[in-house]
Design a protein around this ligand. Sequence first.
Ligand code: GCU
Length: 635
Amino acid sequence: MSGNLNVCLKPLSSSITRSKLKFRHEWLTAVLWLIASAAFGQIAPLIANIPGRHDTSLNGEWRVIVDPYDVGSIDYRAHPLKNNSAFYKNHKPQSPSDLVEYDFDTSGMLSVPRDWNTQRDSLLFYEGAVWYRQLFDYSLPTGHRLFLHFGAANYLASVYLNGEELGRHEGGFTPFDFEITGRVKPAGNVLVVLVDNRRGKEKVPTDNTDWWNYGGITRPVTLVEVPETFIQDYVVQLAPGSKGHIKGSVQLNGSRLQQKVTIRIPEAKLQQAVETDATGHAEFTLTASLTLWSPENPKLYKVEIDSGADQVSEDIGFRSIQVRGQDILLNGKPVFLRGVSLHEESPLHPGRAWSTEDARVLLTWAKELGCNFVRLAHYPHSENMIRMADEMGVMVWEESPIYWTIQWENPATLQNAENQLREVVERDNNRASVIIYSVANETPVSDARNRFLRTLIQQAHGSDPTRLVSAALESHETTQEGHATIQIDDPIAGDLDIMGNNEYIGWYTHTPAYTDTTTWVSPYNKPLIMSEFGGDALFGYHGDPQTRWTEEYQANLYEHQIAMLKRIPFLRGTTPWVLKDFRSPRRTLPRFEDFFNRKGLVSDGGERKKAFFVLQKFYQELETEKANAGTATGH
Ligand code: GCU
């Protein structure tokens, strides 16, 4: 079933994606993908700024059928079902003698958005198919169009409306939508979504990860009503490296593509009208003196886009992010990224995070640590998290799940990875907080891997020149007379703006004190973010600093790590592993792990471990140094 099946049955709109006009590479990928899935047509282009639209939530309790043997989609000969025994038909017995072996109305319920694993004990380890059904009425005014938008569903989602397939989406962490104009009825609509989270070597991520494979409709489901010709997408960002030069674009979708569109930033007394071309696309530039977005002052401006028939507005921050030699420059000034890595697990309930409240609490913890930056690992987190980072002034490293041993030679795997990257760039390219796209984590060096990653790096640079590209690389160590030298010489580092590196000295290798005689070097004149370091501790388990799993061991490890990090001349950021303990199927040790990775600085119960305060002190020192030195680089 896998292999980039993002499809719908009939092409739904004439407008073409933004990539064709702006970015040849992306456009070629999109066309190739179109040809590949011509049999099934095309998923609707992503609509920007769903929160700013006329929207109706379909969140809530959905009827579900757990289907471990896919009896809802294939018969006993494994042939796809097309008749009423297919669960998406939502069929009912027409007479007492009618045999129908499924019934959503008497089946259980699950909350949406939410993973299924933490809603029922019986589903904690479940990997397979689950059918979701929601009923809704919708009176669509004439001349308006309706889209069905998903924030995300892990992993493969097949979507049906009123017994017809709309299409499929592959990838558990990015948004997708389908046009349902002409399919929706005023009353009694039956929406069925088959979600399958089975792992596979050819998938992205592949079948081996150190995080829980939460399945389900994990982010909001929304009906979005728009005029016949509407503002499908737009970018309003500072041109790379500038302080007051906005470079943007707008993309219309519908039959009246050539129109006047006005861009307004009232607070900056900015207004400009542009004419879209025959494809509904226009580019524009604006010049203004703006208060630039930064962690110290996360200034957002209300930006309005008006095409007459359609208006959208949202709060956007303006900042520039660049590298210069070994420095990272925010708004032209060197900055040190005081960060922490985190998984998308809620601090408020077991399982996946998705809500603004989840985001606010997690970012508040990070800020309590003294962070101005977070690494959202190892996949795109929810739009709520990114918008909260904009609001709270936290810079973001956003990662695509190219993790460990992906099938580098498999063209479908590459296309899938390209598609997931395209979707996250299109979702977040107006977010000031997102400063870095990461295209990989701990991937073994090989020619095929290098080719694969270079394709993604080019795509990221090509589709969004306003952000930096990185990856969490591995390095190798040589020792001489008891002194270790670690070299970051991964071949793709040359293609990146920033080198990321994961190291576990003191946990997986050596002792914490080994760092005292360790030096880091790199042939690349680039900034380094130490994207992972740390060790496990069970909250409340105490002992001497040599005893593993104790808080004292973890705190001691951090003390030594920080001393080593301070000696790395090209270090410009740190995102220790990890903010909060998180579930992992790889962690089986009773009492200490119990299917949790315990490298959190905060326990899964929200308690701060001793190491939390060691890192907090380091970040406070950096902040004070910066304030004193009047420069942002100090350490
Ligand atoms: C790896 C990996 C993480 C993992 C961590 C660990 O470096 O990137 O996903 O959880 O190490 O082993 O704890």
